[in-house]
Write a protein that binds this ligand. Sequence first.
Ligand SMILES: NC(=O)c1ccc[n+]([C@@H]2O[C@H](COP(=O)([O-])OP(=O)(O)OC[C@H]3O[C@@H](n4cnc5c(N)ncnc54)[C@H](O)[C@@H]3O)[C@@H](O)[C@H]2O)c1
Length: 253
Amino acid sequence: MSQDQQRVAVVTGAGSGFGAAIARKFAKDGVAVVVCDINDDAGKAVTDDINAKGGKAIYVNCDVAKREAWERLLAETTQKFGGVNFVINNAGATYKNKPVLDTTERDFDLCFDVNMKSVFHSVHVMIPALRETRKRGGPAAIVNVASTAGIMGRPGLTWYAASKAACISCTKNLAIEFGPEQIRFNAICPVFGNTGLKHMFMGETTEDMFIKSIPLGRCSEPEDIANSTVFLCSDEASFLTGVALPVDGGRLA
Ligand SMILES: NC(=O)c1ccc[n+]([C@@H]2O[C@H](COP(=O)([O-])OP(=O)(O)OC[C@H]3O[C@@H](n4cnc5c(N)ncnc54)[C@H](O)[C@@H]3O)[C@@H](O)[C@H]2O)c1
């Protein structure tokens, strides 16, 4: 891989919502994209759209909670593009907002498997490839999509919020461990956004109530998250690591 010419980003959960916007933004900026999802139709549609607009993308089915899926993802990425520069751990899941005593072990496992164990697998499988990229002089960075919920509480989402807090915590620890190798780790913390997951976050809180708690007066849009994520991978962000960046219209201010 000639690092000067072609950078490569793996984006999980890129079939919809934030991930699709992140994949499109990378492609627009000339980065080759590996679109990963468990929803093949959605992932292929995003991939086709990127390629139709002159970008470079492939689709790989990958359940981020499974180690063998990550190994296949890396193999297909390397075969097609020769290496990887950026990994965006965006795929996420939650249960419908409910009181904590109504939550089930399955709810807990869903949140921790998809939102957290995925990061564990990404690190174990992707770090050797990112080290190879660094040896060739290319940039290497991982961005974990966490949530404002990982920083500040809201009712009805305890285990989801805890999985995102863990995601922020591991991001900081990984940033310290891999800083000397110039492999950067940052987290994005979106506020309530216009995606497929939105209805899962609402309990007794209506959309209006959510929006009233956001000083800039609107939900996050996929493009807001894409702009910040791609920035964190850019050369302009080369001195940023260990950051948990709220993209929240001032919600946490
Ligand atoms: N929408 C919000 O309000 C909000 C706020 C804060 C953080 N987030 C986080 O943003 C990220 C993206 O979510 P979104 O809001 O765009 O939701 P979304 O439902 O639109 O997109 C999530 C994508 O992840 C995929 N996915 C689910 N489980 C997967 C798995 N095991 N392996 C691979 N792919 C899987 C889905 O098929 C889907 O395409 C998630 O991590 C979510 O927790 C969302």
